[in-house]
Design a protein around this ligand. Structure first.
Ligand SMILES: Cc1ncc(C[n+]2csc(CCOP(=O)(O)OP(=O)(O)O)c2C)c(N)n1
Length: 555
């Protein structure tokens, strides 16, 4: 077989159902092979869209997302999408064409050193120089991307390798001496953890994206209920524990709930599961949770004690380890007083916003969206205030229904990610919550949606500003709104010009009807809500402060 055919056969063996990408000179042999190959190919309108769509597909399904582009600019246009997947530990295989092997290093037309460029933002990358290595490399790439702490893997394939011939082989099993993720917890550590849990009086569970990745949501609930510990999730962990549960504290950190932040700071034991103590969560590190001992369950040993010193690390898969812990725990702590204190915080510092007034409130829109979907939809977002309101004002109940750029905070992620998610779970309603700034970053994907009948519902919260930056300027730069007011096209006409549907909403009474119409419409829909321009996200922990040092403009 030719290299290009080997690639496609290998993708099929790896279970790939959909590829997002864009053609060009150095992938012509692959596109020629694709012409009559039985796999769904989605031609995006920008390579960045392809990377984010593969990422959204992966988050919605748990499978590895795949994108394919040409060399040079095609490959460099993937960079943000790869970095985004890397920061959020999303399994992705990115395939790029490369100039012929004899030209590499020559500054050839559309040559870019993409393995060099992506080394710090991939879990691993490969340059395939011999067609005989191709199928095995692809098998390894999928194995690396999807196991351990998942992440993006890039395979760069020179055009002559795509044309060269070799036998197709597919390994039954991948074994790599240098890469063997630990799956089960060390029994000694599990015992120690169970003991510490029994002695705690103010425990909390701090659950991150690893809960979603490992499918630990149901055992996590068992653990929380067994030891009667409140649960706070990170941004990446939303949906890992139902936010309507009595023990739920919602999200912690910079825009977390006040009660999650107070509980974290007061806790005497933090059970961290698949979370990495990033700065948006910890705030000022030397003030973080001063009285807490920490049990840290994580599949990636390099994240243990990286930011916060840990008493009991347990390396392995979160679902396995929680299962092991559940078996080991005999005595459970008495947390009744602690839960009472938490309830008081919840009563004293609920999430709130000022309703009334003429202008639309974004929080109200999200409450209506929740009422209409009851947590069953997939909620994707762009980045900014609208993203934070979507964390706070929509109840996240199920894993893989929250798709948002956490670590990198990439404006322009949500729309293509929603497209990928909808292809992965077509039976679900998929929404993208967008600011008027972010949506303009990958708006070209409207054409991809319409051409492929991918019906995503984009709710644009139009405040006329790059709102989150404006909020910081308001609070910390004396309201000097330097280049944050932003104009937009007529989103309704724009959607219509692409063959999609556009709706504009200015009044509260229209909100519910508009969302209902969007859900019923068998097409991509842009719903533009003209919202209060200077609404802020509260509470907020100013950068560099301890997380119980919150400001709340409504207090
Ligand atoms: C690609 C990219 N560029 C810049 C930023 C910095 N940034 C963070 S939030 C934000 C404003 C987002 O504005 P908008 O999309 O209108 O959403 P809003 O905050 O108003 O809800 C900006 C510019 C970013 N996160 N990503």
């Amino acid at each position: 077989m030719k290299g290009a055919q080997i690639l496609l056969e290998a993708l099929k063996k790896a279970g790939v159902e959909v590829i997002f990408g864009y053609p060009g000179g150095q992938v012509l042999p692959i596109f020629d092979a694709l012409y009559d190959f039985d796999v769904r190919f989605i031609l995006t309108r920008h390579e960045q869209g392809a990377a984010h769509a593969a990422d959204g597909y992966a988050r919605a399904t748990g499978k590895t997302g795949v994108c394919l582009t040409t060399s040079g600019p095609g490959a460099t246009n993937l960079v943000t999408g790869i970095a985004n997947a890397y920061m959020d530990s999303i399994p992705m295989v990115a395939i790029t064409g490369q100039v012929g092997t004899h030209l590499i290093g020559n500054d050839a037309f559309q040559e870019a050193d993409v393995t060099g460029i992506t080394r710090p933002i991939t879990k691993h990358n490969f340059l395939v120089k011999d067609v005989k290595d191709l199928s095995h490399t692809i098998a390894e790439a999928f194995y690396i991307a999807s196991t351990g702490r998942p992440g993006p893997v890039l395979i760069d394939i020179p055009v002559d390798v795509q044309r060269a011939e070799a036998d197709f082989t597919w390994p039954q099993e991948i074994k790599m001496r240098s890469y063997q993720p630990t799956l089960f917890g060390h029994p000694g550590q599990i015992k120690k953890a169970a003991k510490l849990i029994a002695q705690a009086s103010k425990p909390i569970i701090y659950a991150g994206g690893g809960v979603i990745t490992s499918g630990a949501h149901s055992v996590l609930k068992d653990l929380a209920e067994k030891i009667q510990a409140p649960v706070t999730t990170t941004f990446m962990g939303l949906g890992g524990f139902p936010s309507t549960h009595k023990l739920s504290l919602g999200m912690l950190g910079m825009h977390g709930t006040a009660y999650a932040n107070h509980a974290t700071m007061e806790a005497d034991l933090i059970i961290a599961v698949g979370a990495r103590f990033d700065d948006r969560v910890t705030g000022r590190l030397d003030h973080f949770a001063p009285n807490a001992k920490v049990i840290h369950i994580d599949i990636d040993p390099s994240s243990i004690s990286k930011n916060v010193k840990v008493e009991i690390p347990i390396v392995g898969d979160a679902r396995n380890i929680i299962g092991e812990l559940l078996e080991e725990i005999g005595n459970v702590p008495d947390t009744s007083l602690w839960l009472k204190t938490v309830e008081e915080w919840k009563k004293k510092h609920p999430l709130k916003y000022k309703s009334g007034g003429k202008l639309l409130k974004p929080q109200y829109i999200l409450e209506q969206l929740w009422e209409l979907t009851k947590g069953d939809a997939v909620i994707c977002t762009e980045v900014g205030q609208s993203q934070m309101w979507a964390c706070q004002w929509y109840n996240h109940l199920y894993p893989r229904t929250w798709i948002s750029s956490g670590g990198l905070g990439t404006m322009g992620f949500g729309f293509p990610a929603a497209m990928g998610a909808k292809l992965g779970v077509p039976e679900k309603d998929v929404f993208n919550i967008a600011g008027d700034g972010s949506i303009q970053m990958n708006i070209q994907e409207l054409a991809t949606c319409v051409a492929n009948k991918i019906n995503v519902k984009v709710l644009i919260f139009n405040n006329g500003y790059l709102g989150m930056v404006r909020q910081w300027q308001e609070l910390f730069y004396k309201r000097r709104y330097s280049y944050t007011p932003i104009t937009s096209p007529d989103f309704v006409k724009l959607a219509e010009s692409y063959g999609a549907v556009g709706i504009r909403v200015t009044r509260k009474e229209e909100v519910r009807k508009a969302i209902e119409k969007a859900i019923k419409t068998d097409n991509t829909v842009f719903v533009e809500f003209i919202i209060e321009p200077e609404e802020n996200v509260w509470p907020m922990v100013p950068a560099g402060q301890a997380i119980n040092n919150m400001i709340d403009g409504l207090a």
